[in-house]
Design a binder for this molecule. Structure first.
Ligand code: GLV
Ligand code: GLV
Length: 321
């Protein structure tokens, strides 16, 4: 008898097809909508494998409903929606998508950097709203990226890829990370800085650290106050790392040049969220890894591990320890 696999979204048919040989598949039939929790809890009851996105909470409650579960595949590199400890306790494996989305996400961070510094979305709105009457010197003047100091919080694969992109912009790189990156320091001149130092000295602060209990609201009122008055803050990691109330208050007071956010505490963000009332907030719907090639690579990496498990081979890319 085949094992049962539950997929909580509708993924492209050609991606799912190779799994048919190993699994009886139940798949949620919506591409754009999350599988309702009640349905998920009911459907997971006889599953051995579960394929989720970052909006599905894989927690104690879910695991209690899933007595046969052995493998959770996560279509993301971040896995803060999965209670790894609870999985470990039950001997359930988990796998994610590291490596394949590094450059795509770093590209988006750079997009946000340029968009905020040079007011690109604001300029686009200005043009489309018919406000462009003439050229004048102080029209939509921005802030230079070239030559500025960037502070990267979290020097993992994506943080490093962002740092390397700054070389062509002649930027000075400060970084904060649990582990020193001596090779990067030597090879590229990137400099380690304690968080406080990084916040005080950077023109652009980029958050690239994973979200967990240590990084929950890592950037709050105090940290924002340390930043330069005309600094830019970028977050393409997880929303919970910034205290959004403090961020709104800070921006409202006139501090910070702009903020670029691809992630929010609540996703999707509510359309009456105060941050969306501010013109210097560039907000995107969590599209860091959204290139066609990378999304296919992420899906295929999950498929590879699901096939391995289906065959009785080793799941090699594991996050459950
Ligand atoms: C997306 O946010 C990811 O973690 O891959
Ligand atoms: C992601 O792959 C990271 O480690 O930053």
């Amino acid at each position: 008898m085949k094992k049962k696999l539950l997929i909580t979204r509708k993924f492209p048919a050609h991606i799912v097809e190779p799994l048919q040989a190993y699994y009886d598949i139940e798949q949620w039939d919506e591409e754009e909508l999350v599988m309702p929790r009640e349905k998920l809890l009911a459907s997971v009851a006889d599953c051995e494998a579960l394929w989720v996105t970052l909006e599905d909470q894989v927690d104690e409650e879910l695991l209690e409903h899933a007595p046969h579960l052995k493998l959770v595949a996560q279509l993301a590199v971040g896995f803060n929606n999965i209670d790894i400890k609870a999985l470990r306790k039950r001997g359930i494996m988990a796998t994610n998508t590291p490596g394949v989305l590094t450059h795509t996400t770093a590209d988006l961070v750079f997009g946000l950097l340029l968009a905020t510094a040079r007011r690109i979305p604001e300029g686009e709105r200005y043009l489309r709203e018919g406000k462009w009457k003439s050229w004048y010197p102080m029209q939509l003047v921005g802030k230079d990226v070239a030559g500025a100091t960037i502070g990267i919080i979290g020097m993992g694969r994506i943080g490093q890829a962002v740092a390397r992109r700054t070389i062509g912009f002649d930027m000075k790189v400060l970084y904060n990370n649990r582990r020193r990156r001596y090779e990067d320091e030597e090879m590229y001149g990137f400099r380690y800085a304690p968080l406080e130092d990084l916040l005080k000295k950077s023109d652009f602060v980029v958050i690239m650290t994973p979200y967990n209990s240590d990084t929950d609201k890592l950037i709050g009122a105090e940290e924002l106050a340390m930043m330069k008055d005309d600094a830019v803050l970028i977050n393409a990691s997880r929303g919970g790392i910034i205290d959004e109330v403090a961020l709104y208050e800070t921006l409202k007071s006139g501090k910070l040049w702009a903020v670029g956010l691809d992630v929010f505490e609540q996703e999707p963000i509510s359309m009456d969220h105060p941050l969306l009332t501010l013109p210097n907030v560039v907000a995107l719907p969590h599209i860091g890894s959204a290139s066609l090639k990378t999304r296919e690579a992420m899906l295929n990496l999950n498929v590879r591990e699901l096939v391995a498990y289906g065959k009785g081979a080793a799941v090699t890319n594991r996050i459950d320890y």
